[in-house]
Each structure stands twice: as structure tokens, then as C-alpha cells.
Design a protein around this ligand. Structure first.
Ligand SMILES: C[S@@+](CC[C@H](N)C(=O)[O-])C[C@H]1O[C@@H](n2cnc3c(N)ncnc32)[C@H](O)[C@@H]1O
Length: 240
């Protein structure tokens, strides 16, 4: 049975003062909306706070009671946790981490934890995962990480920072993207190929798909198209 990891007092204090990364100085994104949820999130059992995440670095499977061969899948920007929860429920052998920054979303995602023993919701900045993950991930999922993209935000966006995820892939790992922007999808494919991956992309057909996220449902409701891409990185081609 995987061990339960919850926030320690020290981690809660860090969360309360919005200084979430023990090793990385710098401001934490914080909004008024998030503030109202800080206490609620602190009280949620099962959320992994930044200090615990950093302690688990490189040993997530081992420390949570999963065998070394169990897939470790990470959704970065999991929002309310719909997609990560589906992954966990349909793949009981995998360890699934949903990484999210915003307290309101964390609170929503944490409600799904009791139903899935192999799901952890982690409060962390998806662009600073080097402090929380070793080379131990089998797949990253970026599911509408940056909807309605604006060119001026490009350098701060998750999809344009693949070099931050690739070092955490163990042999044969992959990165999966879903996006409402064909341009973002093409940029992801280009970036993956430049970084030594092999990528495929296509327009998303939602018909009969059970693995839809909350934003999948939103875009379906709006009648908007979406694209998905997969980039695979063979062990021999992984940098470093
Ligand atoms: C558009 S939502 C998509 C949520 C979910 N994947 C879905 O498809 O329903 C994007 C989420 O990514 C989160 N996010 C954005 N940048 C992040 C970062 N650097 N680290 C962690 N989460 C991030 C946002 O807070 C937001 O909840």
C-alpha cells in the first residue's frame, strides 16, 4: 500500500507565507483568489507540499511503495485533476502525479484523491521540477497547459520549455500535449524534434474518448477544435 504523504507543519508554514520552494529563492505567483484557498488546501490530506516533494526527488516510486517498474506519469498543470484522476483510475499499476500551483485548483483536485490510491496531487511550479524530480518519469502530460496563447507570454509557457522536462525522462519516455492552438502544437513538435525527440501530431477527435480533461470538455462545449501531439525520446538520445 503506498504510504500517505501529507504536508508537514513546516511545509504548511511555507505554503501560508507563499514561499513554496525551499531551494529556489524568488517570488511565488499568488493571487487574491488563491489566498482564500490556502487554509483549505493545508487541511487537505494527501496533497504533497513542496518540501515533501523535494525530499521524494528521485525516489517517488520507492518511497510511496510502488515497484521500480511501475510507470511514473506526471500531469503538469493538472487544474481540478480530472485528467490525472482518470489516468490513475484506469491504470492502477501506475503512479500518477498531478502538479499544480494554484490553491483553488489544488483544493478541487484533492477531492479526487480518496478514490485513487495511486494518485498524488503536488503543489509545485511545473517549470521548477528539477528540485522535485530525478530522472524517473515515464511520461509528462501537458493538457491545455496554456490555453488562449499570447505571443508575448511564449517564454513563460509550459509548452515552450520542453528542455525542463526531458532531463526527467527515464529511457523511452514521452511528453504528451493537448492544446487549443494549432500554432502551439506545431511549435511543440518543432521543439521536440530539435531536442532529439520524434513527434507526431493530429487534430483531436473527441468522439468516444474517455480521457477528456475539464478543458477538453470546455472546448468541446465551445465547439472549438483541439490538437494533440506526442513526442518520444529514446534512451540513447536523452541529453546528459
Ligand atoms: C488551462 S488549465 C488546464 C487544466 C487541466 N490540465 C485541464 O485540461 O483541464 C492550466 C493549468 O495549469 C496550471 N499551471 C500553469 N502554469 C503552471 C506551472 N508553472 N506549474 C504548475 N501549474 C501550472 C494553471 O494553474 C492551470 O490550473
Amino acid at each position: 500500500m503506498p504510504a500517505s504523504i501529507t504536508g508537514t507543519g513546516a511545509d504548511c508554514a511555507l505554503a501560508r507565507h507563499a514561499v513554496p520552494y525551499s531551494a529556489v529563492p524568488g517570488p511565488c505567483p499568488k493571487t487574491r483568489e488563491e489566498n482564500a484557498y490556502i487554509r483549505l488546501v493545508q487541511e487537505c490530506r494527501g496533497i504533497v507540499f513542496p518540501l515533501d516533494a523535494e525530499r521524494l526527488r528521485g525516489e517517488w516510486r520507492q518511497r510511496l511503495g510502488f515497484p521500480a517498474e511501475a510507470p511514473l506519469w506526471v500531469e503538469v498543470g493538472c487544474g481540478c485533476g480530472f485528467f490525472a484522476h482518470h489516468l490513475a483510475m484506469t491504470h492502477a499499476h501506475a503512479l500518477v502525479l498531478g502538479v499544480e500551483l494554484r490553491y483553488k485548483r489544488l483544493h478541487q483536485a484533492a477531492r479526487r484523491l480518496p478514490a485513487a490510491a495511486n494518485l498524488r496531487i503536488v503543489r509545485y511550479d511545473g517549470l521548477r521540477l528539477a528540485h522535485a524530480l530525478g530522472r524517473e518519469v515515464d511520461a509528462f502530460f501537458l493538457i491545455y497547459p496554456d490555453p488562449w496563447p499570447r505571443p508575448r507570454d511564449r517564454d513563460r509557457r509550459l509548452y515552450s520549455q520542453l528542455d525542463r522536462f526531458i532531463p526527467h525522462l527515464r529511457g523511452g519516455g514521452s511528453i504528451h500535449l493537448r492544446t487549443d492552438s494549432e500554432r502551439v502544437c506545431a511549435a511543440f513538435v518543432r521543439a521536440a524534434e530539435l531536442l532529439g525527440g520524434q513527434a507526431t501530431a493530429h487534430r483531436l477527435d473527441r468522439t468516444g474518448r474517455a480521457d477528456l480533461s475539464a478543458f477538453d470538455c470546455l472546448f468541446a462545449h465551445l465547439g472549438a477544435a483541439a490538437w494533440e501531439a506526442t513526442a518520444s525520446f529514446a534512451a540513447a538520445r536523452l541529453p546528459g
